[in-house]
Design a protein around this ligand. Sequence first.
Ligand SMILES: NC(=O)c1ccc[n+]([C@@H]2O[C@H](COP(=O)([O-])OP(=O)(O)OC[C@H]3O[C@@H](n4cnc5c(N)ncnc54)[C@H](O)[C@@H]3O)[C@@H](O)[C@H]2O)c1
Length: 475
Amino acid sequence: MKDNKNKSDIKESFSPLSSSSSSIAIGEHHSPDIEKKIKSGQFKIAVYGLGHVGSSIASVWLRAGAHVIGVDKSSHVLENAKRGMTHVPEPGVNEAFAKGLEEKRFEIYEDLVQASHDSYFKMICVPVLADNGSANLTAVKEVSRCIGRGLKRGDVIALNPSVPPGTTEDTVLPIIQKESKGLRVETDFYMIYNPERIYEGRAIEDIEDRYPAIISGAGHKSVEIGVKIYSIVYKKGVITMSNIRTAETEKLFEGVYRDVNIALANELAKFCELLGIDFWEARKGANSQPFCHIHKPGIGVGGACIPTYPQFILHTADKIKFSCTITRLGRTINDSMPAYSVQHAIKLLNDRRKRVAESIVTLLGLAFRGGVSDTRLSPTYQVIKEFQKLKVREIRIHDPLVKSDPSLPKEENIILTSNLSEALRDTDLVMLITDHPEYNALTSKETGDAPVYDGRGILDKSKFDHTKFATIGIG
Ligand SMILES: NC(=O)c1ccc[n+]([C@@H]2O[C@H](COP(=O)([O-])OP(=O)(O)OC[C@H]3O[C@@H](n4cnc5c(N)ncnc54)[C@H](O)[C@@H]3O)[C@@H](O)[C@H]2O)c1
């Protein structure tokens, strides 16, 4: 691993070879001004997939002065982008889109092949989710085919999503080479793998200021070009990895580490509950030791990333008949948390001699974590299923940031609202699922007579009647 923090250390290795239509090919000749050409808009950058990651990446390049082509298959996303907007509530994205449009440096394409033809650098930012444990590469394959068809000599391609080791070289590159009708990687074009490492809600800041880029390439020329390009926007520099498989694996490690650590926290929280010990206090003490970083327990692990990456590791491990016991157990523990938490929460109801089936239940939070509106793989969906099994009278879901959600069950007794007092009115049980900051200051004044289960450990228990209140991890 090499840490390339100093831009001046990077050797120039390529330059404009020819200019055709709106795009310019880069060839074997040497040129000192790749940064200038990107920043001046001469070398266009195509971003495939304008979702959470892609819209932030497009914004970063727009902010750097580049000419960006935004590509997506969703007409809703494209229409928004044409108006300088995004459905992704990332700070700075709307502003970057609007400015890019105003300065005619932001173009929106629905033709994936044309976008490849018209751009020099192509970034693949479409999703790769787990499908029964294995990676669903449908979108990546489709985009790769289109990029291949529009590819020119000298072009550079980067794959961004987190993928099982081997995906770039075994799946993406063969498709691109086949569709490009004879262009060869490292000779005619360049291939980079760059896992995106953003934290939703501060993605632009993460890319520009907070994290170094991780990159690897199909060969030394790809790496060299990648370092040159990524150094333009990553102030923390570029870390290169010796091969693409290692870079793909690195990103999965980040997710597995967090998933397993959360599972450990969940296990220790349950242990404390049984012994009547305050997990949170014990954790605070333990984490004051510099080698201890116990994560927080909770009702479940959601989002497109953390619950997904361990599955890619496990699927690959199964193929090579490696047990991967801890990663597997982490997933099992975390997946069991919604049901476990519901069982604990309804004990509060039983204590009040209220029949579960007669109850109105209020779930606080649908987003997978606080401060975001992203509901992908949110544990709230599992909690809803548990309450449906118990046949409760009504399930009210409150979220300050999620106004509608087509993934919710369509039943009449399942209601989504962003009005907190409406959600809490005459309810029988409150379960706090998402650590939205809006919930931090809740007290029994708002929750009324209903018992409260704090599944994230964010509420001040002194503000509630202790006979009607429980926190995950506190026995
Ligand atoms: N969301 C995160 O915080 C995060 C963080 C780090 C890495 N990642 C990685 O990035 C990947 C993308 O995540 P995301 O959150 O941006 O997903 P997303 O669902 O928010 O956005 C994906 C976009 O791609 C578009 N798309 C899908 N298929 C397409 C196709 N065939 N052609 C063109 N456009 C297509 C969709 O319409 C959507 O706008 C994830 O799979 C993950 O591996 C995500």
